[in-house]
Design a protein around this ligand. Sequence first.
Ligand SMILES: [Zn+2]
Length: 158
Amino acid sequence: MGWTDERVEQLKQLWAEGLSASQIARQLGGVTRNAVIGKVHRLGLAGRATPARAERPRLQVARRVARPRPAPVIQVPIVEKDPIVDEFGRKTTVLTISDRMCKWPIGDPSTAEFHFCGHPPKPGSPYCEAHCVKAFQPTQSRRDRERDREFRRYLANS
Ligand SMILES: [Zn+2]
């Protein structure tokens, strides 16, 4: 079943009410939890924990105070390994991910190809060495980075 305008509105409303992706999938019917997560991400709704309105004044203050120019960022080359596969050749999914695996999401969450990196994470981090570096590299705009981080946190906790 596709995303009609009506269903998208319903999704937005249920999301705003704080329902989890699987609850929303059940309410809407005909979609998977992953499809809901993917749609939420594409609509830019993922970061409901931190409303954009509350964030704006803080950013303005930070910009005024931060006079000195930041040191040039040294881009570390990232060597991403191929994602882990199990003995059946399957990649790590939401069903098989554990705390001993890198939770870096790969691919579109609304498709069956979506999977996680799965390599052993760095101690105290949800990601492996390469994805730790990637997570903190300023290649995206601040807003995109925050949205992605929210999204990954949501995936890791749901
Ligand atoms: Zn990784």
